[in-house]
Ligand binder design. Structure first.
Ligand SMILES: Cc1cc2nc3c(=O)[nH]c(=O)nc-3n(C[C@H](O)[C@H](O)[C@H](O)COP(=O)(O)O)c2cc1C
Length: 218
């Protein structure tokens, strides 16, 4: 209304200028709204281990989020092995997991490396969430990956994950990457990430994921 009232008479150059200005103002307001929108992230760790470095990485990420973002960590421990016979009556744990994915604005995967790939626990959960092939909740979801462990910081597992993400139509952030090698030397006994360089990289990654989610939201 305020913009409409401020428009000049049709046909005048002032009118054209005020139209452009009002359009620009609307675009700026829309941009401001999307740049401040709350982003809820679902963190998904591929390890069920109590002392998991990857789950710890997600807990550390919770403390390094930018303003206007939250991060909840999913629990994959109750998810049964995928069986296509059960697709029509999904197990409750699968239902709860896929509902959390659907509700999230973005996903953050912490991917351990098992035998040069990602653990079966994570692949199994993704297989459940990938059904039905049309309308599955992962499609189009902004996401980022990271990983801790081993000599190469899960580089090979993350590459496999990227291949799977293509099939799932995840909107995976390309950079920054976060690979934490020799994880046992980078966390303390409570699971706090003590390595300053890794902490800075983690902060940068979650910041970039929040921006990515806001950008894709439009
Ligand atoms: C079955 C198995 C296979 C593994 N394979 C690899 C591997 O290929 N490359 C590697 O760097 N580390 C490998 N590891 C070591 C794990 O990456 C390491 O234990 C890591 O801490 C596991 O993640 P978590 O701490 O989140 O449980 C393997 C561990 C297990 C249990």
């Amino acid at each position: 209304m305020r913009f409409a009232r401020s428009l000049k008479s049709p046909g005048s150059s002032d009118y054209t200028r005020s139209l452009i200005a009002s359009g620009q103002r609307s675009a700026i307001i829309a941009r401001r709204m999307s740049s401040s929108a709350h982003i809820h992230i679902l963190g998904i760790s591929g390890s069920l281990r109590r002392g998991s470095f990857n789950t710890a990485l997600l807990r550390n990420a919770q403390a390094l989020l930018p303003e206007g973002a939250s991060l909840e960590i999913a629990d994959l421990s109750g998810i049964p092995l995928f069986n296509q016979d059960d697709e029509q009556t999904l197990p409750e744990a699968v239902r709860a997991f896929t509902a959390k994915i659907a509700d999230a604005d973005a996903l953050l995967f912490a991917v351990p490396e098992y035998n040069y790939s990602l653990p079966g626990v994570l692949k199994n959960a993704l297989d459940w969430a990938s059904r039905p092939a049309t309308g599955q909740p992962l499609s189009g979801k902004p996401a980022a990956i990271m990983g801790a462990g081993g000599r190469f910081g899960t580089a090979r597992a993350q590459l496999h994950f990227r291949q799977i993400a293509t099939s799932l139509n995840l909107q995976l952030l390309q950079k920054p990457e976060l690979m934490i090698p020799l994880a046992s030397q980078k966390f303390d006994a409570d699971g706090t990430l003590t390595d300053q360089e890794a902490r800075d990289q983690l902060r940068a990654l979650v910041g970039a994921l929040v921006q990515w989610a806001r950008r894709l939201r439009g």
